[in-house]
Design a protein around this ligand. Structure first.
Ligand code: KIV
Length: 274
């Protein structure tokens, strides 16, 4: 599973073989430049979901329910979740929280909407956790994470994200739960793994967290590309004739041009793209 926020990335990640595209509320940080995911709204999430749905053909699509779109009441949660499917083109929703969220998960599932859970380090509770900290390191905290995961599974979730917990705990939960676990900063023993696509592709300027592996260096490559573009514009190298449009000589006819218009289109106009 990887995150996606727009149609172009969705197309690339889908074609590249990602099984699940998560439109994560992490877009608040990597797309909007916010410090946390808390300011992201439901309408903003739906905007990105629609873009991802247009770009992807094959992957299972999961929409992340943003802060305060499901915490107030199960009724509101069902309504918000429904919008992800009806308006956002998603196949399922993800929400954060354990035992306290079980009744809400049950209601959303009963409405016919598949739910992916999310326990351990839950970024929407950043202030309650005192920061983005690994959870479940102490025995009693590990027990709480385990009980949260059990509650989410019992409430009917079909999969669960385990974020920022020790590997042994994630391994224990994976062995015990009948549903798929998807880890991020939770070690190698989960059923699947998820990364934020900007982290995976090396698209972030900042240092990445320890649990991230960068498979590419898009940010660095982008800097090089921009510098080359600027240099070529300043030196008059770009655009060359190859990237420029010509005019059709006034008396030229298709016959005179050997049966071909200047661009091959019926009216002689050149397609600008494609
Ligand atoms: O918002 C997000 O991208 C997530 C994943 C990192 C699991 O919740």
């Amino acid at each position: 599973m990887v995150t996606a926020y727009d149609a172009t990335f969705a197309r690339m990640l889908d074609e590249g073989g990602a099984d699940v595209l998560l439109v994560g509320d992490s877009l608040g940080m990597v797309v909007q430049g916010q410090e946390t995911t808390l300011p992201v709204t439901l309408d903003e999430m739906l905007y990105h979901c629609r873009a991802v749905a247009r770009g992807s053909k094959r992957a299972h699509l999961v929409g992340d329910m943003p802060f305060m779109s499901y915490q107030v009441s199960p009724e509101e949660a069902v309504r918000s979740a429904g919008r992800f499917l009806a308006e956002g083109g998603m196949h399922a929703v993800k929400l954060e929280g354990g035992a306290a969220m079980a009744p809400t998960i049950r209601r959303i599932v009963a409405a016919g909407i598949p739910v992916m859970g999310h326990v351990g380090l839950t970024p929407q509770s950043v202030h309650a956790m005192g920061g983005f900290k690994v959870q479940g390191k102490r025995e009693e905290d590990a027990q709480r994470v385990l009980e949260d995961a059990r509650a989410v599974a019992e409430a009917g979730a079909y999969a669960i994200v385990l974020e920022g917990i020790p590997s042994e705990l994630a391994s224990h939960i994976t062995a015990e739960l009948p549903i798929a676990t998807i880890g991020i900063g939770a070690g190698p023993h989960c059923d699947g793994q998820v990364l934020v696509c900007y982290d995976l592709l090396g698209l972030t300027a900042e240092r990445v967290p320890r649990f991230v592996k960068q498979y590419e260096h898009f940010y660095q490559n982008g800097l090089t590309a921009i510098a080359r573009f600027k240099h070529e514009v300043q030196e008059g190298v770009f655009p060359s004739a190859e990237q420029s449009f010509g005019t059709i000589p006034e008396r030229a006819t298709p016959a005179a041009a050997g049966g071909l218009q200047a661009s091959g289109t019926p009216d002689g106009s050149e397609p600008v793209r494609g």
